[in-house]
Write a protein that binds this ligand. Structure first.
Ligand SMILES: Nc1ncnc2c1ncn2[C@@H]1O[C@H](COP(=O)(O)OP(=O)(O)O)[C@@H](O)[C@H]1O
Ligand SMILES: [Mg+2]
Length: 322
């Protein structure tokens, strides 16, 4: 009988998926950088993988872009096994690595031409394509300059532009905006948005705002494992469980903070003047809180939405990494 269990690591890739990771494990000596990692990304999706430094994001990208094989498990791009179909996959993908990797001794345009030639494009075709791309990325005026004379933001745009020359079906961006100033970051976002829909986009980032702005779906990983995935709204709802409320007490009702402090269904509580912020374990305990406040004079109770940042920190902790 055929197994249809969707946790079976040996099941074939979903034909609709642009990217599948099946129980992918990668060890560097004693260190497990990816630990039975599973992921499925649909065609045309913009997907963000979030995680602190050392979580394993680049390792996953290196496997998916065929630079490295997993220790165990399988990864597929467009239904092709990354360990067996490197050449075909490299034709289908564009890669923006974490480090810029531009040739310093070639002009911007020459960098793009070299890439086109490595992808066996005809000069007639790539000349037109390079003109278009330089225009789209606002680099046409500086195309004959060396990349070292570019700002960080322009270099990053050039690397994104280069990854798009051969019209890939799947684009990988490893921390496309790390280290950029806010303006350049926005410019890179705009270009990513302008190409969205034309291809599947997989990006890693530790800017939560970036993931939230650009992506329909995101996943959070840490220590080589996937800890959560969904839309940003789903993640916030699922992971925070309860909700955060701000309660403003009127003068004379301050002593109710003590009553709240005794309540077991309040996970965390912060007091700023007469405003008490309570983190409820479950939404049902709002009724208990309201009952406990019987007799208090209240100026306001308001629901405070958790930010993605709070979700991220609650999942991955506050410790500084690598
Ligand atoms: N070539 C390597 N050899 C040994 N350890 C590595 C190598 N590359 C990455 N690592 C380790 O694997 C873990 C995951 O790294 P990486 O995939 O680069 O994470 P991220 O991109 O999320 O910061 C880290 O602990 C890192 O130090
Ligand atoms: Mg990395």
């Amino acid at each position: 009988m055929q197994r249809t269990d969707d946790t079976d690591p040996l099941r074939p890739p979903d034909p609709e998926a642009a990217i599948s990771a099946r129980s992918v494990t990668k060890r560097y000596g004693q260190l497990t950088a990816l630990d039975s990692f599973d992921l499925e990304i649909a065609r045309g999706e913009i997907f963000a993988l979030l995680g602190p430094n050392g979580a394993g994001k680049t390792t996953l990208i290196r496997i998916l872009t065929t630079l490295m094989n997993p220790t165990s498990g399988k990864a597929f791009v467009s239904g092709l096994d990354t360990a067996q179909h490197g050449r075909e996959i490299r034709r289908l993908i564009g890669v923006v690595p974490q480090e810029n990797s531009l040739d310093r001794y070639l002009t911007a345009r020459e960098n793009l031409e070299l890439h086109a030639r490595l992808h066996s494009m005809e000069p007639k075709k790539y000349r037109v394509r390079i003109d278009e791309i330089l225009e789209l990325f606002g680099l046409a005026g500086r195309q004959h300059d060396l990349p070292d004379t570019y700002s960080g933001g322009m270099q990053r745009r050039l690397v994104v532009a280069r990854a798009l020359i051969h019209e890939p079906k799947v684009l990988f961006l490893d921390e496309p905006t790390t280290g950029l100033d806010p303006q350049s970051r926005r410019a890179v976002w705009d270009y990513i948005r302008s190409i969205a829909g034309k291809m599947t986009i997989f990006l890693t980032t530790h800017y939560l705002e970036e993931a939230e702005n650009l992506c329909e779906r995101l996943a959070i990983m840490d220590h080589g494992r996937l800890i959560a995935q969904g839309s940003s709204a789903e993640l916030k709802a699922k992971l925070t469980g309860g909700a955060v409320y701000e309660i403003e007490l009127a003068e004379g009702s301050e002593h109710f903070t003590e009553t709240l402090r005794q309540m077991s269904c309040i996970g965390k509580m912060e007091i700023t003047g007469r405003v008490v912020t309570v983190h409820l374990e479950r939404w049902e305990c709002l009724a208990e809180v309201v009952t406990a406040l019987n007799g208090a004079v209240l100026r306001r109770i308001s629901l405070r939405e958790k930010t993605l940042e709070e979700v991220f920190i609650s999942l991955t902790g506050t410790g500084v990494r690598e």
